[in-house]
Design a protein around this ligand. Structure first.
Ligand code: C2O
Ligand code: CU
Length: 536
């Protein structure tokens, strides 16, 4: 039953062709862990080598291999992490106060200290990237949601190995928002993020601070990721490329199914779905409402009360949950409704995420303002171009594609200062979150569609975004057989050069479901494909 350990008897274990190792040991095949025994860790704030955390600052952040306990009853897991920890340290930044980070690849075998020349995982060398570069532990860091120049964007081809580093400058000239940084190496991102290469990056500004939202110990980032384990604690991830991966355990901030003691008041949770593939629909066990106050790119105009919230991989939600009316000792579970249909809904363990336990202490009781910010809708009439992308599974290539194009074919050249509509027609039977680098967009609508004479024709059932999605986004889900339309501006305060857009299912992104676009000057000829490359 939910809330207990899935203990297997000897016969049950053997019936699943596992190896029974004695009472209280794990069936070698299924790793049995008790939920809600570990406290939720909160990633530490990154300490700069120069300047001040939260202001203009310079950081040096090495990527390291180490072992860390992810559950009370699980042996330590070999991981890679920024700053030698998982999740990485949270970078605090303020709007318009630039931050520089030197990202360093210091990946050595944790047992021997010898620099890694091969990846920890058995890299599939059949797909683009490793087909040329083999199993080398290449890394490159992308600030997801960052409005940054191309040379600081973590280009998937701009990877570096042990001993290498990159110094990136992030201008932070954007709204206060919940960003995150993660690996983006061509063809091996799924392994690198699975190893633990992810962390939060929070941008704050004065107008947000004036709202008096829950802060200090009442503001907590929650990084949600699914993982599977071998009984020795090591991560279990397929060596060969597979079109999907779903873990059977859910970690929040690096612990399997943790618990958090909460005071009787409001909490601001910065929720990030950092999974490779899994979509979560979050709900609380007593089905109480919570307020969504922000999306990927900043605050919503006003709080949107919801009882369920779907987050695809890489999507963030800024939410406020109120425990003020709860008696001490009350337990509230954060669960996945499993509405995505991706994992076995008949197994109650699959719905677990974490548990809140209410303490006797008073907490943050100030109200959340009814008006948070202004999000001016971009009028459709401003768009000078509509680009259409069809998502398909290519049977002959055995991979997902945007129409007929993959990573190497560049066809999209938006001009600086213009407004465009991009529409994504999902012809696959799986939901796909689209992510566009550089910009934040607004969701215009979703609808059914038909392809008539090779052209995508929207259905008449256009639905505007729900209030909890009516803000600035950089990642948005496209359901199977759905057409998503988004609108965005390339400047005027934009950057020229090459950027990336892709579906944030890491297994698909690694295997060519990722493309490039180039922002070109407003007038003048389009650059040739070769010269459009910012980096080799
Ligand atoms: Cu979250 Cu292109 O990345
Ligand atoms: Cu895909």
């Amino acid at each position: 039953p939910d809330g207990t350990c899935d203990l297997l008897t000897q016969s049950e274990c053997e019936a699943q062709s596992g190896h029974y190792g004695g009472d209280n040991s794990t069936c070698e095949q299924q790793v049995c862990l008790e939920p809600y025994v570990d406290w939720l860790p909160v990633p530490p704030i990154a300490a700069p080598v120069q300047g001040r955390a939260g202001g203009v600052a310079t950081y040096e952040i090495p990527m390291r291999e180490f072992r860390q306990k992810l559950h009370r009853d699980l042996p330590p897991t070999t991981l890679w992490g920024y700053g030698g920890q998982y999740p990485g340290p949270t970078i605090e930044a303020t709007r318009n106060q630039p931050v520089r980070v030197r990202w360093i690849n210091d990946l050595r075998d944790a047992a021997t200290g010898v620099p890694r020349t091969d990846h920890y995982f058995d890299v599939d060398t059949h797909i683009h990237g490793p087909d040329m570069l083999g199993k080398t532990p290449r890394t490159v860091v992308h600030l997801h949601g960052g409005h940054v120049p191309p040379d600081a964007d973590g280009y998937p081809e701009s990877t570096f190995v042990f001993g290498g580093s990159r110094l990136y400058q992030y201008p932070n000239s954007q709204l206060a928002a919940t960003l995150w940084y993660h690996d983006h190496a061509l063809g091996i991102t799924r392994y690198n993020v699975m190893m633990g290469l992810a962390g939060f990056y929070l941008i704050r500004d004065r107008s947000e601070q004036a709202l008096q939202l829950p802060s200090g110990s009442y503001e907590i980032p929650l990084l949600i990721q699914d993982r599977s384990f071998h009984p020795d604690g090591s991560l279990s991830y397929p060596a060969q490329w597979t079109p999907m991966f779903f873990g059977d355990k859910v970690l929040v901030n690096g612990k399997v199914w943790p618990k958090l003691l909460v005071d009787r008041g409001k909490y601001r949770f910065r929720v990030l779905n950092g999974s490779n593939h899994r979509i979560f629909t979050l709900t609380l066990s007593d089905h109480r409402a919570f307020q969504v106050i922000g999306t990927d790119g900043g605050l919503l105009p006003s709080p949107a009360p919801v009882t369920e919230l779907t987050l695809g991989p890489a999507e963030r939600a800024d939410v406020v949950v109120d425990f003020q009316g709860d008696a001490p000792g009350t337990e509230v579970l954060l669960k996945d409704t499993l509405a995505s249909g991706q994992v076995d809904a008949s197994d109650p363990a699959m719905s677990r995420i974490m548990k809140f336990v209410v303490s006797g202490n008073p907490g943050w009781t100030a109200p959340v303002p009814a008006s948070l910010t202004q999000v001016a809708r971009i009028p459709e009439s401003q768009a000078t171009k509509t680009r259409t992308f069809e998502l398909r599974f290519d049977q002959s290539l055995q991979k997902f594609r945007f129409g007929d194009f993959g990573w190497d074919e560049m066809t999209e050249f938006p001009a600086l200062g213009t407004t465009e509509i991009w529409q994504f027609a999902n012809e696959t039977s799986e939901a796909h979150p689209i992510h566009i680098h550089l910009v934040h967009f607004q969701v215009l609508d979703r609808s059914s569609f038909q392809v008539v004479d090779g052209k995508v024709v929207p259905g008449s059932d256009r639905r505007p975004p729900d209030p909890d999605e009516a803000g600035w986004k950089d990642t948005a889900n496209v359901k199977p057989h759905e057409l998503l339309r988004v609108i965005m501006r390339f400047g005027p305060d934009g950057y020229l050069g090459d950027f990336v857009f892709h579906f944030h299912i890491l297994e698909h992104e690694d295997n060519d479901m990722m493309r490039q676009f180039t922002v070109v000057p407003a007038k003048g000829p389009k650059p040739s494909v070769a010269s459009a490359r910012a980096e080799p």
